[in-house]
Design a protein around this ligand. Structure first.
Ligand code: ATR
Length: 264
């Protein structure tokens, strides 16, 4: 008996996840037969839940907050971008029964910026706000676009410096605090702090965004986030939230699992 291929997103909380809807649309669009569900999995149940999912015939998983580091540790093998991100958002069952871990977040961001919004990252001065897991996940794919510089600014300065040091040698990258941003200007500012959804904004100088600069919030919400509004106030050429990145990271995961690229 052949059963329908099963996929799922694990996270905690997971109720508001858009992933089941996105993947169901991708499957319809590409004529693929699969089911994709959302499962609330607290960190302490992660290992058992993943093992059970794959033992029960599951083919692939997305993992979201707070499970990406656990997924990284779970994977038998990892792609280079997942390895440097130290986080995995996509697990794929391989033919030999092993589980491959990948991270499609960064490439999702780059695709949304460059393909969907026509933003050129080469020779771009880029500021990343925040030095947590979300920042780490996007650095390698951005560096591959050859920006002039990446500055990581964080409330806890040491974390920004440590993160930058990890990627030194792969491009021009430095870490600093928010106070060090005075008199600096950037063509692209990416908000990767977790403060946006609680309506808080790091302290940012008025002149931080260059003329025709672009703002991108990794978070998304039904209304404009506080950072998207900041970009609009500063006359950003575009001030975007992370919905496009969500769809693009899903498309990349779909490609890993099914070998076919959906129209995003
Ligand atoms: P994630 O995986 O979403 O990146 P994280 O690893 O907990 O989550 O990192 C959260 C990031 O948002 C950190 O850079 C954090 O700054 P600190 O390292 O100083 O804690 C940043 N952040 C959270 N709340 C913030 C706030 N109110 N103002 C500025 N930065 C904030």
């Amino acid at each position: 008996m052949t059963s329908t291929d099963r996929y799922a997103v694990f996270g905690h909380p997971i109720k508001h996840s858009k992933s089941p809807r996105i993947h169901t649309i991708f499957a319809e669009q590409t004529g693929q037969t699969l089911v994709y569900s959302a499962q609330d999995v607290p960190a302490e149940h992660f290992q058992a839940a993943v093992a059970q999912f794959f033992a029960g015939g599951g083919k692939g998983l997305n993992c979201t907050v707070p499970l990406k580091e656990l997924a990284w540790a779970y994977a038998d093998a990892k792609t280079e971008r997942a390895h440097t991100a130290k986080a995995v958002n996509t697990l794929a069952l391989q033919a030999d029964g092993s589980v491959l871990g990948d991270n499609t977040d960064g490439i999702g961001l780059v695709t949304d910026l460059t393909v969907n919004h026509g933003v050129t990252l080469a020779r771009c001065r880029i500021l990343i706000l925040g030095a947590g897991g979300a920042s780490r996940g996007i650095i390698t794919p951005i560096l591959e676009q050859s920006p002039t510089t990446i500055v990581i600014a964080n409330r806890t300065i040491a974390k920004a410096i440590d993160l930058a040091v990890e990627f030194q040698g792969k491009g021009c990258i430095e870490g600093c605090g928010f106070d060090d941003l005075k008199s600096k200007q950037f063509d692209l500012i990416i908000n990767a702090t977790s403060s946006s959804l609680s309506g808080q904004l790091p302290p940012l100088p008025d002149e931080l965004l260059a003329q025709n600069g672009v703002c991108y919030d990794l978070a998304y919400s039904n209304e404009a986030t506080v950072f998207v509004r900041w970009g609009q106030e500063k006359q950003a050429q575009k001030s975007l939230d992370g919905l496009g990145m969500l769809v693009e990271q899903a498309a990349e995961a779909f490609f890993i699992w099914r070998g076919i690229r959906p129209e995003t």
